[in-house]
Design a protein around this ligand. Structure first.
Ligand code: GUN
Ligand code: ZN
Length: 442
């Protein structure tokens, strides 16, 4: 296969920049060599140009910054059409907008069309891997994986488990949820780049029997992901206490059913205590911090200081449709401000780590995605420091890598993503999409 190489600025990571001052690897004049959908080499142009095959195609874009594709650790594809729906908090928002919207995903055609738009939107934002909630309908998961597979994306997704405290039209049972999840694991887990996540929505919408059945599946499939919500909202927590009396904490309920482990990803983790954070760290379960959602729904402020002190694994996420943007850059913007409000300075360099290599590491995906290391799947985003006039003005004055990344994080969104690549294929071109949108509007 022909090599394709990209001469550009490069950013990747060898370690968490919060712990290692040389954690970020930046090449001002870099070369990324790709072949057969994988990274062959990434580094300084001068050091690597001799490794180019004679027939290599070299794309020169020295004004652009290539970063590993972003990883969104928590998002709901069926909520695409209800993003930005007003409600006075989580529980009324779920009842008024979320559940009625999710009803339509029993229809495979609707599910496929929404999944297709959703994936295009993620790719437009430079996100190449996401942990995705489908709906209770197994058809919704088949539709999502089908669309992801046809684009050859690395995605993790699962059918929601929900057997109580929601409308009848969205309920499964402990048995049917178990059977459908087992069937979907057999069909999709590790098929190409697709991976499965057991997805109990949150403790209030599952009976003890359903959580038990989920734990059985989790033990039977040690490498499947688990995703759910925990400690997002104070009304939710009171409700959980009344439904599951006798547990030390909300998190302890999931622990009881063997759902705390590596590759278990817990959305929000706002109102945890120190013992909970310690338990997350001990088990390797991941806190998925969803800043735009937490501000939008008024859920509370994630505490980076306490997360760090406990060594709790953390990744960033949009949580669309509770989240208000598909962009991990906009997610960083709000993460920075939430950290600021809790007395923590969250650097842009670290937010890029948390959205790429750091996320891949805590999800046990770092041998596949999240870096530009040789052998990695060639999933990357090409960022444009001149994506908007204001971004151009600010980035032209950046005096350090941190200042450049900070400008991207605070001022950037999909307009700052020039191209996105998955397994070496260009899966998004900003200017082509903009052209298509203008044509549609005309
Ligand atoms: N808790 C249970 N379901 C949901 C959901 O769809 N979104 C958010 N943000 N929290 C939840
Ligand atoms: Zn969510």
């Amino acid at each position: 296969m022909t090599q394709t190489a990209y001469r550009a600025q490069l950013l990747t990571f060898r370690d968490d920049p919060a712990h290692a001052s040389d954690g970020a690897i930046f090449e001002e004049d870099g070369l990324l060599i790709v072949e057969d959908g994988r990274v062959v080499a990434a580094g300084a142009y001068t050091a690597l140009r001799s490794r180019l095959a004679p027939d290599a195609i070299v794309k020169t874009m020295r004004d652009k910054l290539i970063v590993p594709g972003f990883i969104d650790s928590h998002i709901h594809y069926p909520q695409t059409d209800m993003i930005a729906s007003p409600a006075p908090g989580l529980l009324p928002w779920l009842n008024t907008y979320t559940f009625p919207t999710e009803r339509a995903f029993s229809d495979p055609a609707h599910a496929r069309e929404t999944a297709s738009f959703f994936l295009d939107e993620l790719l437009a934002c430079g996100t190449t891997t996401a942990l995705v909630y489908c709906t209770v309908h197994k058809e919704s998961a088949d539709a999502f994986f089908g669309e992801s597979e046809s684009r050859n994306l690395r995605m993790v997704a699962g059918k929601v488990l929900m057997d109580r405290n929601c409308p009848d039209f969205l309920q499964d049972t402990a048995q049917s949820g178990y059977d459908d999840s087992a069937e979907l694991i057999a069909r999709w887990h590790n098929r190409g780049r697709q991976q499965y996540a057991l997805t109990p929505r949150f403790a209030p919408t599952s009976t003890e029997a359903q959580l038990e059945a989920c734990g059985v599946l989790a033990r039977a499939h040690e490498d499947v992901f688990i995703q759910t919500h925990v400690a997002e909202n104070t009304d939710e927590i009171k409700w959980v206490e009344s439904l599951f009396p006798g547990h030390r904490s909300y998190l302890d309920i999931y622990d009881h059913y063997s759902l705390l482990r590596r590759r278990a990803v817990y959305g929000h983790c706002i109102h945890l205590d120190d013992a909970d954070r310690q338990r997350m760290a001990e088990t390797g379960a991941v806190a998925s911090h969803c800043p735009t959602s937490n501000l939008f729904l008024g859920s509370g402020l994630f505490d980076f200081e306490k997360a760090g002190a406990a060594n709790m694994p953390v990744a960033l996420a949009t949580d669309v449709g509770g989240g208000t943007s598909f962009s991990m850059l906009q997610t960083m913007n709000e993460a920075h401000k939430i950290a600021r409000l809790t007395g923590h300075h969250l650097t842009a360099t670290r937010m890029f780590w948390l959205s790429t290599t750091g996320a891949a590491k805590v999800l046990d995906l770092d041998d596949k995605v999240g870096t530009l290391a040789p052998g990695s799947e060639a999933d990357f985003a090409v960022l444009d420091p001149a994506g908007t006039p204001l971004l151009a003005r600010r980035t032209s004055r950046a005096e350090s890598l941190e200042e450049l990344l900070f400008a991207f994080a605070l001022l950037g969104d999909d307009r700052a993503v020039f191209e996105t690549y998955a397994a070496g294929n260009c899966v998004h071109r900003r200017d082509a999409r903009k052209g298509a949108a203008l044509e549609l509007a005309a």
